[in-house]
Design a protein around this ligand. Structure first.
Ligand code: GAL
Length: 738
């Protein structure tokens, strides 16, 4: 009885959102600053429906400026009834394309950039919601009287105007003051459990209370659930979950229900799971079985070996001109004559030794013979890259142990260039890079390679200086700094032509820089970046490219990964060790962010296994786009599976074939140099896939030795696999005919 009474009292306190829907507006095409004014006489304006574009309401094909005026009354009773009375929100589900919104003549928000903006027009995003917050005591706002919202809209083309299910103004509810963030820090691994911090931000002026419900689900059943009352003081608070179970691809949801209105916010994440077995302590060598370089240029190959330190190296069969540092395993010098030199590398430590044969493929076109593996600054630091940030990731590349698995390029993307060239036209680095030559030396001394970025246009995509008409000079400057890799990004070159570039116009600047790089006296990997235009995979090699971007930019979402990755069958079919490699863009694992503020990738762990597996099957360049200094155990484990990386680094360098197995399942198969095949079975659906898959159902007749590559375990059957593949995850196999 007592319990019921309490419950009913509690329910009585529930207060529903104080909200006024906008139903109608008046409209005028054109543009006039006076139209924002509250007292304007708009009786002659035409009524317009806020659900649909203006094209559907008699303004066919109209592009350009237009104004909407919405009259509304806000009763003071709404404020009295609101639980928290401080803030109001004006909401639009969509505006096509740019808007500036005024309340009684005063601007309260804008999205996108109007044409008169000094930085130029930029769409605000047609279907991007607008949430404009205003203080409930804002001087422009009148209670119990007429108010006017005037929305100045600019439509850059196509449909236009204010549209969507419902526009409104409402008082904020307590839950609106709270945000929850699960991407600020990674999961941590303990012996038998996984822990995770969730941070809350309370932007209200007092403590808010509620209940946090944590539910762990595995294979569709709940394995753990608990409720925890919590108090959120003003500002940031962090809640730590210490004992999440260690299960492959379990999910955890965190739901915070605020106690006044019982409204909730929720986050669901997949709990990371480790597949790569622990590294062996005996020496293991992980370089690709072939290594390319031009003759008569500086040569640098670092032996990548794991195992207990200290380690010592020996190399038999080194061609004339090369020497190895026995302590570091770094081979340097220059080879005068073209040819293939088989060297035998041995790594020794106190527990044993191991030996591997590597073919040094020296020839004028053999800049690389397997896809480059390394790091690029763009997906983490964006234009905020600096010498310190490059060095910090370089140090982490070495000290984390990743370099011992073959990761070695350290590439600076856009944002390093000074504003002006020197008096003789040479390019300079800006103040964030005090000494490029010293940076190059630093990387090389650690066995790492040095990459840089430019554009054939006058400016780069980030607005920095490009190499237009200074190609030879720039290539020589890069060479003097010790550069080993150039990403050459089309960007503003497109603006030099009024129409879309034809094939010849597109190739011309790439030929030009290729000549300059070839004459520079260094072995510089040439990475074309023109987003796949004109099927670059058909001619990337011809203009001198070693790798070529086949797509637009990737971001850390499943949609982006899936759209880009699973559409690479044709571009990758051109790949080979003596042609070059299609580049479906850089990796989006670890802490990414494209600027100063990084977050943990939004891809689930299963999606990340898919990402690395698919890129390896594609023979794609593997360029990490994360801050290596903040690498969590899951990411390290993901990037240090030598059997997976060996698929990427296979010396044939082929692209895979795709089979659509079912609506949600794709199978990608790649031929490897030793006669075996790598097979990725990808579950693109939203449910766990549990199925016994016969190899003959994916076109593989006969008996095979089957190995689960991520787990590095042989499978007993010779003709089938018992697949248990999480949503968006993969089972990666190596199969060899018996
Ligand atoms: C883009 C390119 C990105 C990055 C950026 C730098 O065009 O696709 O990968 O290099 O420019 O501004």
């Amino acid at each position: 009885m007592k319990y019921l009474l309490l419950l009913s009292c509690f329910c009585f306190q529930l207060v529903h959102a104080q909200k006024i829907n906008f139903s109608s507006a008046v409209f005028q095409t054109g543009d006039n600053p006076q139209w924002r004014i509250e007292k304007l006489d708009d009786k002659s304006w035409k009524p317009i429906d806020l659900h649909d574009y203006w094209e559907k309401q008699g303004y066919d094909n109209y592009n350009g400026f237009a104004w909407y005026r919405i009259h509304f009354m806000l009763p003071s009773a709404a404020k009295n009834k609101a639980v928290i009375k401080d803030l109001l929100e004006v909401f639009f589900p969509g505006i096509d394309d740019v808007d500036i919104t005024y309340l009684n003549g005063v601007e309260i928000g804008r999205t996108g950039r109007m044409p008169e903006d000094p930085k130029g027009y930029k769409s605000g995003g047609r279907i991007k919601e607008r949430h404009y917050a205003i203080a409930s005591n804002h001087a422009a706002l009148h209670y119990d009287q007429d108010n006017v919202l005037a929305i100045r809209v600019f439509d850059g083309g196509g449909t236009g105007g204010v549209f969507g299910s419902q526009q409104f103004i409402r008082f904020w509810d307590p839950i609106d003051y709270i945000s929850m963030d699960a991407y600020a820090t990674s999961f941590d691994f303990k012996k038998n459990a996984v822990s995770k911090e969730i941070s809350f931000q309370n932007s209200y002026s007092g403590t808010l209370k509620g209940v946090l419900t944590t539910t762990v689900q595995w294979k569709d059943s709940v394995v753990k659930k608990y409720n925890q009352p919590i108090q959120l003081p003003i500002g940031k608070s962090v809640v730590l979950f210490n004992d999440l179970p260690k299960l492959d691809a379990a999910s955890v949801s965190f739901v915070f229900t605020e106690s006044i209105n019982q409204q909730s916010i929720a986050i669901t994440q997949e709990i990371p799971y480790i597949l790569t077995p622990t590294e062996k302590q005996t020496p293991q060598i992980h370089n690709a079985k072939a290594f390319g370089c031009k003759p008569n240029v500086p040569f640098l190959l670092a032996i990548a070996a794991t195992g207990v330190q200290p380690m010592q190296f020996e190399v038999a069969g080194l061609p004339k001109g090369l020497t190895v540092d026995v302590q570091t395993g770094i081979i340097t010098g220059a080879v005068a004559n073209a040819g293939t030199y088989a060297i035998k590398v041995t790594a020794n430590n106190r527990l044993g030794k191991s030996t591997q044969k590597i073919d040094l493929v020296i020839g004028k076109d053999n800049v690389i013979v397997t896809p480059p593996m390394g790091w690029n600054s763009w997906n983490c630091w964006g234009l905020a890259v600096s010498d310190a940030r490059v060095k910090s990731s370089a140090n982490a590349m070495i000290h984390s142990g990743l370099a011992n698995h073959g990761w070695n390029y350290m590439n600076i993307d856009d944002g390093w260039e000074a504003e002006k060239r020197t008096f003789d036209g040479s390019i300079l680095a800006n103040e964030k890079f005090p000494n490029m030559k010293e940076l190059g030396n630093y990387l090389h001394a650690n066995g790492l390679k040095f990459g840089i970025y430019s554009s054939p246009g006058p400016t780069t995509c980030g607005g920095f200086l490009g190499s237009y008409q200074e190609e030879a000079k720039d290539a020589n400057t890069y060479a003097s700094w010790g550069v080993d890799y150039l990403k050459y990004d089309l960007c503003s070159y497109r603006k030099l032509y009024p129409n879309q570039l034809n094939l010849q116009q597109l190739q011309a600047p790439y030929f030009k820089m290729n000549d300059a790089l070839k004459a520079s006296g260094r072995n510089i990997v040439y990475s074309l970046c023109e987003y796949g235009m004109e099927d670059v995979w058909k001619w990337g090699h011809e203009v001198g490219g070693n790798v070529w971007r086949t797509t637009g930019d990737i971001t850390d979402t499943w949609t982006s990964l899936k759209t880009i990755g699973f559409s690479q069958e044709i571009p990758a079919s051109y790949n080979s060790n003596n042609y070059g490699f299609g580049d479906p863009d850089m990796l989006i694992v670890g802490y990414v962010g494209w600027g100063d503020n990084l977050h943990l990738t939004k891809l689930t762990p299963s999606e990340q296994y898919t990402h690395i597996s698919l890129w390896s099957l594609l023979s794609a360049p593997l360029m990490l786009g994360c801050d290596l200094a903040r690498m969590d155990p899951f990411t390290y484990n993901l990037l240090s599976n030598d059997e997976v990386l060996a698929i990427d680094q296979d010396v044939l360098g082929k692209g895979p074939k795709k089979i659509d197995f079912s609506t949600d399942v794709q199978v990608w198969t790649k031929d490897l140099a030793d006669g075996s095949k790598a097979v990725g079975i990808f579950n693109l659906g939203n449910q766990l896939l549990e199925q016994n898959i016969q190899l003959k159902a994916i076109g593989l007749e006969g008996n095979y030795a089957i190995r689960d590559v991520w787990r590095q375990k042989n499978i007993l059957s010779t003709s089938a696999v018992k697949a248990s593949i999480p949503s968006h995850g993969v089972l990666l196999l190596n199969i060899k005919k018996k």
